[in-house]
Ligand binder design. Structure first.
Ligand SMILES: Cc1ncc(COP(=O)(O)O)c(C=O)c1O
Length: 177
């Protein structure tokens, strides 16, 4: 072969954060996988998964952790665990959970509703209006995403996230991050 193959992947400079799927495990990570103690979740449990759950629970100051293999699965479990059926879930309109995972609504028996936003941050007035709309579905859950994939990895400001949390809780809804 001569010249440069324009279709060959090339390593961009620095750290490529486009997706977790473009990163590659280092030799140390492969070695850790090879030597990790294994078990069976259906029998006595998997010690490595348990250690990870405990580490994450400790780090996030939670009672417990639960390992799931994909984020879609984690989001769906979070919705199912925190909602009553036949209500609604509010999400920023370009959130991954809204654009790509909305099929989960059919399983959860909920309506997913998009709230217009800027750089991944919901319009607070529209959020309040939707939470208080008379005769609408009861809002069970308000979801936020950070960093926000479809907003180019934008991180909604902490003050914004607090405002969303307060608005949601003030209307009796739970919050999922
Ligand atoms: C913000 C966000 N949430 C959830 C997902 C879904 O992740 P998974 O492919 O692990 O289900 C993605 C995937 O790109 C994502 O960017």
């Amino acid at each position: 072969m001569t010249g440069t193959d324009a279709t060959a992947p090339s390593d961009p400079p620095g750290v490529d954060l486009r997706s977790d799927t473009v990163t590659r495990p280092t030799p140390a990570m492969y070695e850790r996988m090879r030597s990790a103690p294994l078990g069976d979740d259906g029998l006595d449990g998997d010690p490595t998964a348990r250690a990870l759950e405990a580490l994450v629970a400790r780090t996030l100051d939670k009672e417990a952790g639960l390992y799931v293999p994909t984020a879609t699965m984690g989001n769906l479990l979070a919705v199912l665990a925190q909602t009553e059926r036949q209500g609604q879930v509010l999400l920023e309109a370009t959130a991954h959970m809204f654009l790509t995972e909305r099929g989960g609504a059919t399983l959860a028996g909920l309506a997913y509703l998009g709230i217009a936003g800027t750089a991944g941050a919901m319009d607070l007035d529209e959020l309040e209006r939707t939470l208080r709309r008379p005769g609408g579905l009861r809002t069970e859950l308000v979801g936020m995403e950070t960093s926000h994939a479809n907003a180019g990895g934008a991180v909604p400001p902490l003050a914004h996230m607090r405002a969303v949390m307060e608005a949601a809780r003030g209307a009796g809804a739970r919050v999922h991050l």
